[in-house]
Write a protein that binds this ligand. Structure first.
Ligand code: HEC
Ligand code: HEC
Length: 275
């Protein structure tokens, strides 16, 4: 299993599933967000239980749902068997034991930090007014006037705070979520953290359905309606929704060259467990 099993280039760094399927077909508890621009956010994962992309990569090695490696030693054996040792030595020349989870985290994180996707909206911010269609410009105004921007702001257009999903009523009544996820509360056990999730960055959001932490909403217009209802207490008009979607489309950037093709993996001719 590699990172791009669930973060696929052809799907803008996602797997297009409501919830990911990991090692031994185990169902992940949440939807896979894109790895594109992920490093721009203040924390990693839906409930922010990883400090940054380096921490995420390192801990994913022994995370049970995605890779299913029993413990660190098994991971190190696997990395060596896959032939990565020479590259670790080259990247960490002063480290006597270069193949270790911390260095894996640093290396993957360094790569992820290159996965940024400048978009028409960035060209607009740099002064090219024509980079946005008139409808996208209306959508930007709506995004600001309605208050979407109070949560989705900064360089990632989100990814800078935790907020309750369901400011105006239970989110699951609008999303139809089959089960209720208590969000950050699961990590902290603090009642004030119930239903808190990281406000996701919205770059490339038009390319990454289905939506929300549980992939419960299939289309972007519907996700925008749900946001209006449960985050702002407003019934959005059809015009608002299509303008907002036009603006969100302008956040779609080009895939970085070094992410545009899927890698060919070594065949599984080795055993990760010692004989
Ligand atoms: C089995 C599918 C799967 C695999 C394999 C996988 N991921 Fe993920 N990834 C997910 C899911 C699901 C989440 C969200 C989990 C959550 O928030 O609870 C996620 C979240 C992330 C995030 C956080 C994004 C954000 O916006 O917070 C990053 C970064 C990431 N993965 C990178 C990686 C890297 C690097 C690898 C390889 C080492 C990897 N993933 C392998 C499914 C996968
Ligand atoms: C009070 C804060 C807040 C406001 C206001 C808000 N959002 Fe959100 N938004 C969130 C949070 C939190 C989530 C993550 C919900 C979840 O899945 O747990 C989210 C998720 C989304 C998603 C889904 C992203 C994905 O990758 O699944 C979209 C699209 C979105 N918001 C657009 C908007 C739009 C458009 C507006 C204005 C109409 C808006 N938001 C207003 C906090 C907010």
């Amino acid at each position: 299993m590699s990172c791009q099993t669930c973060h696929r280039p052809g799907l803008y760094g996602t797997d297009a599933l409501p919830k990911s399927i990991g090692a031994e077909h185990r169902l992940n508890a949440r939807n896979a967000p894109t790895v594109l621009n992920a490093a721009l956010q203040f924390k990693a994962l839906w409930i922010g239980n990883r400090a940054d992309v380096e921490d995420q990569a390192m801990k994913s090695l022994t995370g049970q749902t995605s890779f299913g490696n029993p413990e660190t030693a098994a991971v190190i054996r696997k990395l060596k068997a896959l032939g990565y040792e020479a590259e670790f030595k080259q990247a960490f020349p002063n480290d006597p034991e270069p193949v270790k989870p911390e260095n894996w985290g640093k290396a993957i994180g360094a790569y992820e930090r290159t996965l940024v996707t400048p978009s028409p909206f960035d060209a607009y911010l740099k002064g090219d007014a024509k980079a946005l269609t008139p409808q996208a410009r209306n959508g930007l105004k709506t995004f600001i006037d309605l208050g979407c921007v109070s949560c989705h702001n900064g360089v990632a257009v989100g990814g800078s705070a935790f907020r309750k999903f369901g400011m105006f009523g239970d989110y699951w009544t609008e999303t139809g979520s089959p089960s209720i996820d208590e969000g950050r509360f699961k990590e902290t056990q603090n009642p004030a953290d119930k239903y808190l999730f990281k406000v996701p960055g919205l770059r490339n959001v038009a390319m990454t359905p289905p939506y929300f932490h549980d992939g419960s909403v299939a289309t972007l217009p519907q996700a925008v309606r749900v946001m209006g209802k449960v985050q702002l207490g407003k019934e959005l008009t059809d015009q608002d929704v299509s303008d907002l979607v036009a603006f969100l489309n302008s956040l779609t950037g080009e895939l970085p060259q070094e992410f545009a093709t899927e890698p060919v993996l070594a065949p599984r001719t080795f055993s990760a467990t010692p004989p």
